[in-house]
Design a binder for this molecule. Structure first.
Ligand code: ZN
Length: 120
């Protein structure tokens, strides 16, 4: 799979990884976590540092990265406004939970830049 890596896509993937990372670090602190490695993306290069996730969150991130990278819409709309939701329903419910939780955390910690372009 070749993935077109423009700046907007990289920003989108980075935001996804940070949101899932914040969620996992707080919600799954007791679960074994390790730095995620994907066949499709160099996560560490995209985010700028390794992202440690539990097994479940790793699957979610892999799904989200694949969907985000293969979005056929140009320009890509915010996912919540998309006419054709592409996430698997189980992952879709979970990513919404992650976005809500981490969005609130990042907002409270003053990191408003991450909310500037909410993906969901
Ligand atoms: Zn987790």
């Amino acid at each position: 799979m070749t993935v077109r890596m423009d700046e907007e896509l990289i920003h989108g993937l980075k935001t996804l990884a940070e949101f899932i990372g914040v969620y996992c670090a707080r919600k799954h602190a007791d679960t074994p976590r390790c730095a995620i490695v994907l066949k499709t993306h160099d996560v560490e290069a995209i985010v700028g540092s390794p992202v440690e996730l539990c097994a479940e969150c790793s699957k979610l991130l892999a799904h989200a990265f694949t969907k985000r990278s293969t979005c056929p819409l140009e320009p890509k709309p915010a996912c919540k406004h998309c006419p054709d939701h592409c996430y698997h329903p189980a992952y879709r419910a979970r990513i919404q939970q992650v976005m809500r939780y981490s969005g609130t955390r990042l907002l409270l910690s003053g990191r408003l830049d991450y909310l500037r372009k909410m993906l969901f």
